[in-house]
Design a protein around this ligand. Structure first.
Ligand SMILES: N[C@@H](CCC(=O)N[C@@H](CS)C(=O)NCC(=O)O)C(=O)O
Length: 221
């Protein structure tokens, strides 16, 4: 296993986007290995040896294998220091948001999944859409009068929560309904290295270097 960072993922996956965005915003070099979900590569023995759950993403680094997107964000923040909370309270609060994210914002990803990849009956949609909207409203309220979810700067909480909701429009959830959330998304989009998933996540195995210095990403998004 190489010592450098290797991320396994898929370009349609919000769970992949979360660590991918972290790495892009941090300007860290890493290798990307694509796992073709459509062809079922995630269920092949070789990949199950990396991620027992048969899901993307997975990260390998210095002989370690880390899975679950929020654990990967936690690992990256601890080991590289980027997007970590400014003090101990903020570091715990950022992880609290990530844990809540996987309970609540995951409903946004489900609504998008059922809209985009799998036809379901209206009862299923009616089950998932209200908690998805409630999660977005909760983030919107939390961002009223503040720029970031935790402290005064972008942390893994922002990257994890935004990353999971990034495809919300594909689920028919219009971001303009949540003004503070929209303003926050624009703040994230203005960061150097930012790109939306289909522009960021490669469809092929790729070696990625540090982002070249240049104009802020609002011009790219
Ligand atoms: N809790 C996991 C969720 C990962 C997940 O749901 N990954 C999806 C793509 S977004 C996947 O790999 N699906 C493939 C499958 O279930 O067959 C995380 O945050 O990493």
């Amino acid at each position: 296993m190489p010592d450098g960072l290797t991320l396994y993922g898929s370009f349609t996956s919000s769970s992949t986007y979360k660590p991918m965005l972290y790495l892009a915003l941090s300007g860290l070099p890493f290798s990307f290995r694509t796992v073709n979900l459509k062809n079922g590569v995630q269920r092949e023995a070789a990949y199950l040896a990396v991620n027992r759950y048969g899901q993307v993403p997975a990260l390998r680094h210095r002989g370690l294998t880390i899975v679950q997107s929020n654990v990967i964000l936690d690992y990256l923040a601890r080991t590289t220091g980027h997007f970590e909370g400014a003090n101990e309270q903020d570091r715990w609060t950022a992880r609290e948001w990530l844990s809540w994210e996987s309970d609540a914002i995951t409903n946004v990803a489900k609504v998008r999944h059922f809209s985009r990849f799998r036809q379901v009956g209206p009862a299923v949609m009616e089950h998932f859409r209200p908690p998805a909207e409630a999660a977005l409203s909760f983030v919107d309220a939390a961002l009223g009068g503040r720029e970031w979810l935790v402290g005064n700067a972008c942390t893994i909480a922002d990257i994890g929560c935004w990353g999971r909701m990034v495809f919300m429009a594909e689920g028919g959830l219009d971001i303009n309904r949540w003004p503070s959330l929209f303003a926050w998304s624009e703040r994230i989009k203005a960061m150097h290295g930012f790109a939306l998933p289909y522009d960021l996540i490669p469809k092929k195995d790729t070696e990625l270097g540090p982002a070249a210095p240049g104009p802020t990403a609002s011009a790219q998004s």
